[in-house]
Design a protein around this ligand. Structure first.
Ligand SMILES: Cc1ncc(COP(=O)(O)O)c(C=O)c1O
Length: 346
């Protein structure tokens, strides 16, 4: 049995078509904007999101960092969720590299921040306060059960942002999952946002890379900031070639990952000692709690590792499973058999 890696959708491997595209990619120096394959990917991304322009980035972390650096000056404040990836998992780059102050607001389980909380966090112009410049949303929300944010909510946040002459950025690392779950296009989900980053390297299965999309002038400034951070990758058409296949072929397959997650969640939740809020399994991310008198988290993780099944414990007795293109229906069946076997033996 091949390894069943449920730690993250970042473990996805490139498809054969992506590998073939690499060997045929036309290349040039992208710092001179002369790599035709990167240019093609950037145009495709901008068109897909109905934005003026896009820029290829080595990672989602750099795409978010460049977005913040481009929207903000040193000393500005960004309003973002206390469970957001940018706040929790991006090494504090927005403050260390950008001198940008973060204002964290409570993220609720559905991935939202209350509109009232956002409004109340916007600073008045006052010598004591850093200027509020940017709001960041995350769609889908990784720490909040992979929940998708719907258009209605995003547009309401956008209204607040516009009324206060601020900007709105969306960390859309998994925005294609949100689009699939909500049956909307990514362009519809981001029509009222100033910038959006998305990852090729997660549900879309490309080996690496993200794109940042927005207005032409914003992307020109972002290109400068990417260079300053060392993100000018020269013949990156090698990677962009996989991104073109990813954008053209993978979004329509994502719904399968959601179906697999749903089957897995229902099956696990039926096991005594495991609990999952099934209402919250809307995309490819499942969080479950372990509450068993004889099986602790070390036993669970190690027993499953012996069966070649990998996943993370994110907190005490609190686990995350992520489905993706490398996981099929038989894998889900196999995982359920192994869990049932372990829990019935003890
Ligand atoms: C929501 C979210 N944003 C951003 C990132 C960063 O992406 P990368 O790992 O490409 O830097 C991740 C990575 O898992 C993520 O889950």
């Amino acid at each position: 049995m091949h390894p069943i890696d449920l730690r993250s959708d970042t473990v996805t491997l490139p498809t054969n078509e992506m590998l073939e595209a690499i060997s045929k990619a036309e290349l040039g120096d992208d710092v001179f904007q002369e790599d035709p394959t990167v240019n093609k990917l950037e145009h495709l991304a901008a068109k897909t999101f109905n934005k003026e322009s896009a820029i290829f980035m080595p990672s989602g972390t750099m795409a978010n960092l460049v977005a913040v650096l481009t929207h903000c000056q040193r000393g500005d404040e960004v309003i973002l969720g206390d469970q957001s990836h940018t706040f929790l998992y991006e090494a504090g780059g927005i403050s260390s590299f950008g001198g940008v102050h973060s204002r964290q607001i409570k993220n609720y389980d559905d991935g939202t921040m209350r509109l009232e909380d956002i409004k109340n966090s916007v600073r008045k112009k006052d010598v004591h306060f850093p200027p509020s410049r940017l709001v960041c949303l995350e769609n889908t929300h990784n720490r909040c059960f992979g929940m998708p944010l719907d258009i209605n909510y995003i547009n309401k946040v956008s209204e607040i942002v516009k009324n206060n002459s601020m900007m709105l950025h969306v960390d859309g690392a998994r925005i294609f999952n949100a689009a699939a779950a909500l049956n909307k296009s990514v362009a519809e989900l981001t029509s009222e946002v100033d910038s959006v980053s998305f990852c090729l390297s997660k549900g879309l299965s490309a080996p690496s890379g993200s794109l940042l999309c927005g207005k032409k002038e914003f992307i020109e400034k972002a290109r400068f900031n990417r260079k300053a951070l060392g993100g000018g990758m020269r013949q990156s058409g090698i990677l962009a070639a996989t991104g073109i296949v990813a954008l053209n072929k993978m979004p329509k397959k994502i719904i399968k990952d959601h179906q697999n997650a749903s089957t897995l969640a229902k099956g696990l939740n039926a096991i005594s000692g495991i609990s999952i809020d099934l209402e919250k399994v809307k995309t490819n991310i499942i969080y479950f709690k372990l509450n068993h008198s004889k099986i602790d988290s070390v036993t669970l993780i190690n027993s499953m590792l012996k069966k070649n099944i990998k996943f993370f414990e994110l907190g005490p007795n609190w686990f995350r499973l992520v489905t993706h293109a490398g996981i099929n229906e038989e894998d889900i069946e196999h995982v359920l058999i192994q869990f049932k076997d372990l829990f019935s033996k003890i």
